[in-house]
Design a protein around this ligand. Structure first.
Ligand SMILES: [Zn+2]
Length: 393
C-alpha cells in the first residue's frame, strides 16, 4: 500500500485543508480492504460506515488500516445510528467513547447523530450545540429531505447552522412523496453556501454536484445502499440486499452506476455510440464490456477501480476555482447524461433532472443561492470553498 504522501489529517485539531473538495469513497467495515486499495489516490479517502451498530468492530478495523496497513489518505467514521429499522432519533445523545476513539485514532471527529425527522427542532439544536460543546467536531445531520425542500424548515436549519458555527456533514434521505426532489437540492445548495464547511455523505453521483457547488468534501457509496439514505424497511435487524444485480460500474457519459450485465447487453445493442470506450487507468482504452468478461472474482474489484478512476477524473475536470462555473459545467454534464440515457433506452434518472433545475441557468442575472456573509475560524480540518457573484472568481 502506498505510504506517501501522507494526506491524512494529523489530529482532531488540525487546521489543514486536506479535505478540500475531496471525493471520498464510503464503504462498510467489511469492505475496507478493497475500498482502501481503490481509494488510495490523491484527492480521495474513505468514509467507513459501521455495520449493524458494531461500532467496536468498525474502530478496530480502522485502527488496523491506519497502524498496520499505513493508509495515508483521509479517513472519516460514520456510526450510522441514523439508519435502519432501529435507528435512533436526533434527540439521542452522542456516545462519548465513539468521540474519544476518533480523537485517539487522530481522525476528524464526526458526531454519531441520530435521524433528524421533520419538525424536530429540538433534535437539530441538540446535535449542533452538542457538536459545538465538543470543540473539535463536525455535526452529522442525517435529515429528512423536508428540512431542505420546505422553505420555512430550510430557513430554520440555515439560521441554526450559521449561528452555532460548527462544520456539518449532511446526509439526505431519499425524497419520499410528496417532497420535491428539486426543492431538496435547492435547499442543499443553500446549505452549501453557509458560513461553515459543509460535507455531503452517503451520496451517489450527487457527490460530484456537491463538490461543484462548494462542498468541503463529499462521499460516494460503494454500493447502492450507501449511495443514498433510504427509509427504514422491514423488521429490526433487516438489511436490504445490496448486490442483487451483481457488480456495477460507472458509465461516465451517463453519470450513473449500472450492473455490468446491463452495460454489456446495452453495448451489444448500441456498439457504435461512443459511450463504451474508457480511457481510465484501469481500462486503458478498452470498451467497458471487458469488465463483464473478466473471471467472476476479478469483476467487482476491477469494476470498482474503474469507477473510482472515472470519478476522480470527473472531480479533477469539474472542480476549478469558480463555484459558479463548476456548477454550470455540472449542469451541462447532467443534461448530456440524461440525453445519452435516452439514446440507449435506460430509465430516466430523476436526480439528473433535479440538478438541471436546481442550478440557476447561466443566463440568470444573479444566483438564487446567496454568497456567504462571513467566515469562521476552523478547528476541524475542513475548509469551506470560497464563492462569489458571477464572474468574480
Ligand atoms: Zn475505465
Amino acid at each position: 500500500m502506498t505510504r506517501e504522501p501522507d494526506e491524512r489529517a494529523t489530529g482532531s485539531g488540525s487546521s489543514g485543508d486536506h479535505q478540500d473538495r475531496r471525493l471520498l469513497l464510503q464503504c462498510r467495515t467489511s469492505q475496507v480492504t478493497r475500498a482502501a486499495e481503490v481509494a488510495d489516490r490523491p484527492g480521495s479517502g474513505l468514509v467507513v460506515t459501521a455495520e449493524r451498530d458494531n461500532l467496536r468492530g468498525c474502530l478496530g478495523r480502522v485502527r488496523h488500516l491506519l497502524e498496520v496497513d499505513h493508509y495515508r489518505r483521509p479517513v472519516l467514521l460514520d456510526a450510522a445510528r441514523y439508519a435502519g429499522a432501529g435507528r435512533l432519533p436526533a434527540s439521542a445523545g452522542f456516545d462519548r467513547r465513539w468521540i474519544e476513539c476518533q480523537r485517539d485514532l487522530g481522525l476528524p471527529v464526526l458526531t454519531d447523530s441520530g435521524y433528524l425527522a421533520p419538525d424536530d427542532m429540538t433534535g437539530l439544536v441538540g446535535i449542533l450545540e452538542g457538536a459545538a460543546r465538543l470543540g473539535d467536531a463536525t455535526a452529522v445531520l442525517p435529515v429528512h429531505p423536508g428540512w431542505l425542500a420546505d422553505r420555512y424548515a430550510r430557513n430554520a436549519l440555515l439560521r441554526y447552522v450559521n449561528a452555532v458555527g460548527v462544520p456539518v456533514a449532511v446526509i439526505v434521505e431519499r425524497p419520499p412523496d410528496p417532497v420535491d426532489g428539486t426543492a431538496a437540492l435547492v435547499g442543499l445548495l443553500h446549505l452549501l453556501r453557509c458560513d461553515v464547511p459543509v460535507l455531503l455523505l452517503r451520496a451517489g453521483l450527487s457527490a460530484l454536484g456537491a463538490l461543484c457547488s462548494g462542498a468541503a468534501a463529499a462521499a460516494i457509496g460503494t454500493d447502492s445502499a450507501l449511495r443514498q439514505l433510504d427509509l427504514p424497511a422491514g423488521p429490526p435487524g433487516h438489511h436490504p440486499p445490496t448486490h442483487g444485480h451483481g457488480p456495477s460500474a460507472l458509465v461516465r457519459q451517463c453519470l450513473s452506476h449500472q450492473p455490468l450485465t446491463e452495460i454489456e447487453a446495452t453495448r451489444r445493442r448500441h456498439p457504435d455510440n461512443g459511450m463504451w470506450q474508457c480511457r481510465c487507468a484501469t481500462c486503458d482504452g478498452r470498451d467497458l464490456g471487458w469488465l463483464a468478461r473478466l473471471p467472476e472474482e476479478q469483476r467487482a474489484p476491477l469494476a470498482a477501480r474503474h469507477s473510482v478512476d472515472v470519478l476522480l477524473d470527473l472531480r479533477a475536470e469539474l472542480t476549478g476555482p469558480s463555484v459558479q462555473l463548476n456548477q454550470w459545467s455540472w449542469q451541462a454534464r447532467c443534461a448530456a447524461a440524461a440525453s445519452r440515457r435516452r439514446e440507449v433506452g435506460w430509465d430516466r434518472l430523476p436526480t439528473l433532472d433535479y440538478w438541471q433545475r436546481a442550478i440557476p441557468a447561466p443566463t440568470s442575472a444573479s444566483s438564487a443561492v446567496p454568497a456567504p456573509r462571513r467566515r469562521r475560524p476552523e478547528r476541524t480540518g475542513f475548509r469551506r470553498v470560497p464563492s462569489g457573484p458571477i464572474g468574480s472568481d
